[in-house]
Design a protein around this ligand. Sequence first.
Ligand SMILES: Nc1nc2c(ncn2[C@@H]2O[C@H](COP(=O)(O)OP(=O)(O)O)[C@@H](O)[C@H]2O)c(=O)[nH]1
Ligand SMILES: [Mg+2]
Length: 346
Amino acid sequence: MKVGLVGFPGSGKTTVFNAMTGQDAPVGYGGEVRRAVVAVPDPRVEWLSALYRPKKTTFASIVFCDIPGEHGSEHRGLSTAALQQVRDQEALCLVLRGFDNPALEHAPDPAAELEAFHAECVLADLVFVERWLERARKEAKRGLEVAAFECMRETLESEQPLRVLPESELDRSLLRGYSLVTDAPLLAVLNREEDDLGEARPDELGEALARMGAGGMSLSASLEAEIAMLEPADQQEFLSDMGLAEPALDRFIRAAYQLQDLISFFTVAGPEVRAWTIRAGTDARRAAGKIHSDMERGFIRAEVIPCDVLEEYGSEQAVKSAGRLRVEGRDYVVQDGDVLRVLFNV
Ligand SMILES: Nc1nc2c(ncn2[C@@H]2O[C@H](COP(=O)(O)OP(=O)(O)O)[C@@H](O)[C@H]2O)c(=O)[nH]1
Ligand SMILES: [Mg+2]
């Protein structure tokens, strides 16, 4: 999953980037676009790896991209260059400043930052949609695609993000290849002072997030960045000293998966145990397509063992002997934790 960190200068994007990735990128100024990959921790993958002892174990991963806004420009969050980066992401993590930054005049106002960012995104999409419609009009284009763009224009004109439109109103299969900023899943991170972490999130912020179909969480980025720099053994101790149950990365991943309704399935293929991320409700054939397009095209069936059944019996052989290995067809809806073996023919 590609996650773009966005927000106004000085909100703490780079600090959040460091907190999530354990890097030590310099904070405090615009800086350049940075990327880092982190593994999505999953005890089930570790367990499978211990069972099969493969040469290679591949966790699901997230690529975090720190996208600096532009100092002193009108579009502080989304310069043209930033917008290009933003369009390349699968989900957006908006960092909202909830702490006093001595380098900035303004007191923190995360709800106002959210609204301003939202307005910039709506405008960017509206410009794109209107241009598209203008071209379509010149070419006398008609049909479903035009209807979808008209629906989007109406939504954006009423200052709503596209992500709130249900599939029944907006057929997104018509929009593949266009990347509309307000259709991307949005998770707002309220970056607060350590001492304020216990306080409730401002109501107006919660309401705005709900209205925008966005998720939210709070953290103290500087604290989390410090923790992320420690050795794993020291991290746990530091966390419990601070009264934190887990690092921000773990909370972020859970929130991001929940927001997008994502689940994991696993494959064991000779030398590799591997985790895959799909949307809940994905059928076996399309899930197979995640692994390889040939598997989707030539899908025959899938052998399925839920991870907990495998754990209960202790080995694949024992599962088979007990008659618990399931054979499923293309329409089977893959479940979180399924170990899948795809049989295909091309
Ligand atoms: N007190 C405090 N300062 C922070 C926090 N997060 C970031 N900062 C500071 O705010 C400044 C801007 O952070 P930076 O990550 O560079 O923001 P960016 O411009 O959005 O990338 C830096 O001096 C950070 O050290 C926080 O949680 N608490
Ligand atoms: Mg930065």
